[in-house]
Design a protein around this ligand. Structure first.
Ligand SMILES: CC(C)(COP(=O)(O)OP(=O)(O)OC[C@H]1O[C@@H](n2cnc3c(N)ncnc32)[C@H](O)[C@@H]1OP(=O)(O)O)[C@@H](O)C(=O)NCCC(=O)NCCS
Length: 180
């Protein structure tokens, strides 16, 4: 097995979605983090895949958000094909993504996930203590990592996603007009 980590390409999207279905199932669409991703693009250069030959066997993406008014990245979903788990692919994806985010000048990453897994990369619930994800999130699973020291210091308030472009919300515009 020769695993390579690479930037996701358009041709990987089908394989990535099939992998997410196998690793996480349909309930992935119901997660609070998904509300911050729907209709938006991942951060430039921060969608990575792991490949075994031509097959996508791992995926991680990071998304631009504001955390209590501070620019940050939301990490997820991270998933490795069940047949390939436990071989270090998830860790490779995480380290490559975090190194790349640091190199691109990002200051902080947040995520919702198992602290027992993400602590090894430096994630800590203390950094998100005063932040609020949309929806109901177990505070022990809401974790942060500073890529630049102090990037989350004092961050307080809601985690929000960038505004959707107007073209992405035609139904809303239409109903506003109808109500006027
Ligand atoms: C979590 C996941 C991405 C890890 O990928 P992986 O390639 O298997 O991970 P690695 O091989 O790098 O690391 C394996 C180690 O992580 C541990 N681990 C894996 N999932 C864990 C979890 N949820 N909680 C705690 N530890 C976990 C393993 O026990 C193993 O420990 P060891 O190093 O002491 O033996 C993968 O198991 C997966 O896709 N799971 C389903 C989707 C998911 O839960 N995604 C994360 C959302 S929180």
């Amino acid at each position: 097995m020769t695993i390579t980590i690479d930037t996701e390409r358009p041709a990987d999207i089908g394989g990535r979605e099939a992998l997410l279905d196998r690793a996480m199932g349909e309930e992935r669409f119901l997660k609070p983090s998904q509300r911050l991703r729907d209709g938006r693009d991942a951060a430039q250069g921060l969608s990575l895949v792991a490949r075994d030959g031509g097959a996508v066997v791992g995926t991680v993406r990071l998304w631009p958000v504001e955390a209590g008014g501070r620019p940050a990245l939301l990490l997820g979903p991270l998933a490795v094909d069940p047949a390939h788990q436990g071989a270090g692919i998830g860790s490779k994806l995480m380290r490559r993504a975090l190194n790349r985010a640091t190199a691109f000048g990002h200051g902080a990453v947040i995520l919702v996930g198992d602290a027992a897994y993400y602590a090894r990369f430096g994630f800590d619930a203390a950094l998100t203590r005063d932040l609020a994800m949309p929806g109901d999130v177990d505070s022990r699973r809401f974790l942060g990592l500073e890529l630049r020291k102090g990037a989350l210091a004092g961050a307080t308030g809601a985690v929000t996603a960038p505004q959707l472009p107007a073209a992405a919300v035609p139904a809303l515009v239409w109903s506003d007009r109808a109500a006027a």
